[in-house]
Design a protein around this ligand. Structure first.
Ligand SMILES: C[S@@+](CC[C@H](N)C(=O)[O-])C[C@H]1O[C@@H](n2cnc3c(N)ncnc32)[C@H](O)[C@@H]1O
Length: 229
């Protein structure tokens, strides 16, 4: 992110590590029996709380630098971490708008006879240095509650990412808070879902990913779009 020029990005839309791996490991669950690609075993999600918060603060500082005035930041996050992110971001000049919910209509029915099945994730919505930014609602009421299936297999043609987000949700958010030709940054792009959605909606995009295997999946997804156009 440090190599991106200052005030050049219209929106940061991203899905950073929720850092709930340690939390899940320490609970007396039967996680070990779960699929290998479950997020608690993904490897990027196991930081100590203080280190994670420090990293999130550094990430948000860079967001504040690269975003234009009245630019948008939308971050997916685990519900238990929302207050931490709001505290860090507001200190850096972000105006908190809302915490939205993504409801998954077909979650894994894990422990369904013992507890409420987890079917939601959050997204936190901020404006940088302003109280409102681009909001394309075509005159319709937009709820901060989005619904879709979990990421369908048809979007995993080039390899699997354990926390891949469905294009339906990203297209909804990107279409609402940006205009054609604007620049969207996803510094934790994973398999590149944000970039693919931007490409479809004719937004420009920058994606960053630390793991080569996911970076390659993202590249393949984007190249495929070019091929079928
Ligand atoms: C929750 S996943 C994002 C998934 C993405 N939304 C998708 O649809 O595929 C977070 C990603 O951030 C990456 N990551 C973790 N730390 C990173 C860092 N310091 N820089 C860049 N990417 C990082 C992980 O490898 C992981 O792929």
């Amino acid at each position: 992110m440090q190599s991106i020029p200052t005030e050049t990005v219209d929106a940061v839309i991203t899905d950073p590590p929720y850092n709930i791996g340690l939390f899940m490991h320490e609970r007396n669950t039967n996680l070990k029996k779960m699929r290998e690609n479950q997020f608690a075993y993904a490897g990027w999600d196991n930081m100590e709380y203080k280190a994670w918060k420090r990293n999130m603060s550094r990430f948000l500082t860079q967001c504040a630098r690269v975003l234009k005035k009245r630019g948008t930041l939308i971050m997916f996050m685990s519900i238990i971490k929302v207050a931490d992110i709001i505290e860090l971001a507001t200190k850096l000049g972000f105006y908190y708008k809302t915490t939205g919910v993504w409801h998954k209509t077909n979650p894994m029915p894990r422990n369904m006879n013992l507890q409420f099945v987890n079917s939601t994730e959050c997204w936190i919505y901020f404006i940088y240095k302003g109280t409102s930014g681009t909001f394309n609602n075509d005159g319709n009421v937009k709820h901060d509650f989005l619904e879709s299936s979990v990421c369908p297999n048809s979007e995993k043609n080039f390899g699997k990412h354990p926390t891949q987000k469905p294009l339906k949700i990203l297209k909804e958010l990107i279409g609402c808070v940006t205009n054609e030709g604007e620049v969207v940054l996803d510094p934790f792009m994973g398999s590149g879902s944000t970039c693919v959605a931007c490409d479809i909606l004719r937004r420009r995009y920058i994606g960053i990913e630390i793991e080569e295997i996911y970076f390659d999946i993202a590249n393949s997804r984007i190249q495929y779009l070019d091929k079928i156009r």
